[in-house]
Design a binder for this molecule. Structure first.
Ligand code: SF4
Length: 362
């Protein structure tokens, strides 16, 4: 087994990323086989439980209220709606449901109580439950853990240097603090990023430094290719090539051998052969369902046909870690604390975000 290293440097990661492709693929595939069953891929369904109207200014995101996109916002879904969707996801082969809410941070109150109930409900369906709800305090992380949450997603998005060119409403350190709060519980960490936002390869390496030097490393790392949505500040970005995606997946696999590397947004722009190369390079997780929050994703039937062609099997739930126990709301020992943490708000100027807000690009 190759050892887990938490001391990767940017230079070392760049050296891996820039290797001749066949060498990079050969090594990544070898590391993958040492730590995972290469014929098993974890399938997650991403459910947008509260869409749009977000106060943040993430330059890639059509859900930010300030940009002029065609997103139809909706209020928080009900527990019964979520349960129905989770049952559908389970029937079509997903082992995990990831619930996303377009919030800056979690606030104690009836909406969070409903999310806790959704977590309990899905865990009782014997599926892994993940949430992505924005920034989170330690007490909120503990309450999610007590409800039976399996994973919390909180992406670093890019390198610390380039973060300032993407988002001005919060800082990179806030992300690390939330991940730290999740780490104080038994909930696993899912954190990755997006390529194709105009960053350099140094930034891709920088993001992998930030993730791989976390100890322990995240159990799951989604690698997204930007889906450039009209009306967002990044609407004119060129799509990333499959070779960049393969290099990113292979490098992630080498620097984080035990992590589940998830091929996330941008799969509709990839051919079946391109996706197969990503699986060979160490990707072992995908998002299923025809939508990823708000952007298109391959149809489940197409994915299952690809699995059939490649001889891949969907991973069963709780293979990597035991199912958490759910504590019912009435038996909970944790109270909402009504905290109002001062998450940062740098507020610096990002010209393309401001132009998109003013609608100048339309
Ligand atoms: S990525 Fe999340 S936090 Fe950023 S604008 Fe979109 S919904 Fe809001």
């Amino acid at each position: 087994m190759s050892a887990i290293r938490n001391d990767w440097t940017r230079e070392e990661i760049l050296e891996v990323y820039n290797r001749p492709l066949m060498e990079l693929l050969y090594e990544a595939a070898g590391v993958h086989r040492m730590h995972h069953d290469p014929n098993t891929v974890q399938v997650s369904t991403l459910l947008s439980i509260k869409t749009g109207g977000c106060p943040e200014d993430c330059g890639y995101c059509p859900q930010a209220a300030r940009y002029h996109t065609d997103i139809e916002g909706n209020e928080l879904m009900s527990v019964s709606q979520v349960k129905a969707q989770a049952l559908r996801a389970k029937a079509s082969g997903s082992s995990r449901v990831c619930m996303g809410a377009a919030w800056r941070n979690v606030k104690d109150g009836p909406e969070f109580d409903n999310v806790l109930e959704m977590v309990r409900t899905i865990n009782k369906l014997d599926m892994e439950v993940c949430c992505t709800l924005g920034m989170l305090t330690e007490n909120q992380a503990r309450r999610l853990a007590e409800a039976g949450l399996y994973a919390y997603n909180h992406n670093l998005d890019t390198s610390e240097d380039y973060y300032k060119d993407v988002i001005s409403t919060r800082a990179f350190e806030d992300r690390l603090e939330t991940i730290g709060n999740v780490r104080k519980t038994n909930v696993t960490v899912c954190s990755g990023g997006i390529i194709g936002m105009g960053e350099g390869v140094e930034d891709r390496a920088g993001m992998l430094v930030a993730l791989s030097t976390l100890s322990p490393q995240p159990e799951s790392v989604p690698i997204n290719a930007l889906v450039a949505v009209p009306g967002t500040p990044m609407e004119e970005m060129e799509p990333v090539s499959i070779w960049e995606m393969v290099r990113m997946v292979a490098t992630t696999r080498i620097v984080m051998p035990e992590t589940q590397v998830r091929l996330s947004a941008g799969r509709t722009q990839m051919s079946p052969e391109g996706q197969a190369l990503c699986f060979f390079a160490g990707a072992n997780s995908i998002f299923a369902g025809d939508k990823l929050l708000t952007t298109p994703n391959p149809d489940v039937a197409e994915d299952m046909e690809l699995f059939r062609q490649l001889g891949l099997q969907p991973q069963k739930p709780f293979v990597k870690k035991a199912q958490p126990r759910t504590v019912e709301a009435a038996e909970s020992e944790l109270e909402p604390l009504g905290e109002k943490p001062r998450w940062s708000r740098p507020g610096h100027t990002i010209p393309r975000n401001q132009e998109a807000r003013a609608g100048k690009k339309q």
